[in-house]
Ligand binder design. Structure first.
Ligand code: FMN
Length: 179
């Protein structure tokens, strides 16, 4: 059997984003896979634009990446205790694509943040925003990397054993679902 396709989605566009580092670690923990990194650089959702031009090409690309992935991992920072605008905008656009893009897709959600709670509040909001799209979100220990600036080394590796263990468990569960 060929390797499964794992789509990673970062709610931060920052080049040195901790969430992108966490997603790299998640992909490594998932095991052999064709890993695709989503790019959420979309225009802001605008119903007039949608009516005039349809869904932008880059949104269609993401929708197809989600539709064809065997599994999805989302890691997003919380901004001001809520979902990042980038993440919400992407979900809003994807929800406008015809067909059940996200439905039943095995999905794990996590977050990394500078603050003390690791983005827990924002992660709950992200989970709420995913409800209409109906992915199969794996329940299970929350992974909220707090004080993220101290938890990755210069190569972007997650150094904290406790977080590594949770990440390994979550990716093991995701892999089992896909197998
Ligand atoms: C607009 C904005 C709002 C933020 N709000 C929070 C917050 O609510 N909680 C928190 O822990 N950190 C907050 N931060 C700090 C982020 O945790 C930090 O910038 C983090 O590095 C963002 O994730 P990234 O490294 O993946 O880009 C905020 C940062 C920005 C720019």
């Amino acid at each position: 059997m060929s390797d499964p396709t794992l789509l990673t989605i970062s709610g931060s566009l920052r080049r040195n984003s901790y969430n992108r580092m966490l997603l790299k670690e998640a992909a490594a923990a998932f095991g052999p896979a064709r890993v695709i990194e989503a790019d959420l650089r979309f225009p802001l959702y605008d119903a007039d634009q949608e009516e005039a031009e349809g869904v932008p090409g880059e949104v269609s690309v993401l929708a197809e990446q989600i539709r064809t992935a065997d599994a999805v991992v989302i890691s997003s920072p919380e901004y001001n205790k809520g979902i990042s605008g980038v993440m919400k905008n992407a979900l809003d656009w994807v929800s406008r694509v015809k067909g059940p893009v996200f439905k039943d897709k095995p999905t794990v959600v996590m977050s990394a943040n500078a603050g003390r709670t690791g983005g827990e509040t924002g992660q709950f909001m992200l989970l709420s925003c995913l409800v209409p799209l109906q992915p199969m979100v794996l329940p299970g220990p929350l992974l909220c990397v707090a004080g993220a600036g101290d938890e990755f080394d210069e190569a972007g590796a997650l150094t904290n054993e406790r977080y590594r263990n949770v990440l390994a468990k979550r990716m093991e569960a995701l892999r089992a679902l896909v197998a």
